[in-house]
Design a protein around this ligand. Sequence first.
Ligand SMILES: *[C@@H]1O[C@H](CO)[C@@H](O)[C@H](O)[C@H]1NC(C)=O
Ligand SMILES: *[C@@H]1O[C@H](CO)[C@@H](O)[C@H](O)[C@H]1NC(C)=O
Ligand SMILES: *[C@@H]1O[C@H](CO)[C@@H](O)[C@H](O)[C@H]1NC(C)=O
Ligand SMILES: [Cu+2]
Length: 322
Amino acid sequence: MKFLHLVTLASAALALPSDSLASRQKKACTSPKVRKNWAKATSAEKKSYIDAVLCLATKPSRLRVSTHSTLYDDFGYIHAQLTEPQRIHGEPVFLPWHRYFVQVYEDALHSCGYTGAAMYWDWSADWAAPSKAAVWDPVLGFGGNGSDSADGNGPGKLRVADGPFRNLRPTYWNGAVDPHWLSRDWIPGFPADGQPEMIGNAYGPAIMDEVNSWTVYERFWPALESSPHGAVHAGIGGGRGDMSPVSSPNDPIFFLHHTMVDKVWWQWQQRSPGNRTFAYTGLRNDGKNATLNDVLPMLGLAPEGIVKDYMNTKGGVLCYTY
Ligand SMILES: *[C@@H]1O[C@H](CO)[C@@H](O)[C@H](O)[C@H]1NC(C)=O
Ligand SMILES: *[C@@H]1O[C@H](CO)[C@@H](O)[C@H](O)[C@H]1NC(C)=O
Ligand SMILES: *[C@@H]1O[C@H](CO)[C@@H](O)[C@H](O)[C@H]1NC(C)=O
Ligand SMILES: [Cu+2]
């Protein structure tokens, strides 16, 4: 890893004219891919995306940690490895690391024939009735809740009963080898108390207004990470679903969720691009201040990144918009 990092730095130093990083970045990204809302994508786009996800589970693992594992499993595996001990949550790197991770996934989908950009689930629009969202469609979506009667998993994991991913069999659970059928355990609502299912209140307008009201990065990222982000994970995963443990990328909805998290950050950056595109402040878990030169580990799934290359979605090494 250290080696890869040095190579990245060395090649960047060779390739970049030392004067203007900004103008070079602008030139490099002339036609950004536009990331779409799943609910507004065409049937053909959805089908192509779903087929590519299924294809990931037929490709060999790049990490080869377990003989069962596939390229699809690599995502849940490295997310778990980087969470225990914690290197990617609860500190400023949360947003750029997951931005890079979504891009690595999009690139992997391209290796499986998909030509579009990453897509997102706008949970902030569906908060009042999340279970009715288009993303859960049994044909052109990710299938729905887990079911007690969809057996095969045993207790503790509620197998998804319908949709194109009902036969998806992630290799890891919470970091350990534990092959199982894809699982979800949507948290019920409490209609008498006006509480939507899947903790929808925690990604409704009041919370989103609060998140968006922060003007400095070190207040914005923790607000976004905790309530909307964490609640969507817990609301889908409950106690018996793949979205709850640290292997959460096992559920393909993870990437639509994190693309939405990324979009909320992108919109925040766009509101004042002059001082927000490269706004990156706050304390790291090791007690030091975060810097734009901090590293984004990818454990061999992709090269190590550097935060500053992932702040601008139309520069550095990225080229997309919403
Ligand atoms: C999801 O399914 C589980 C198991 O049947 C059930 O307990 C839970 O209430 C369901 N969630 C929703 C939101 O329907
Ligand atoms: C960022 O720029 C905006 C618009 O120019 C300005 O209103 C705001 O005070 C600036 N914020 C910071 C933290 O510098
Ligand atoms: C972090 O930066 C702040 C200023 O933004 C400074 O006051 C503080 O001393 C720094 N902390 C460390 C551990 O370097
Ligand atoms: Cu994560």
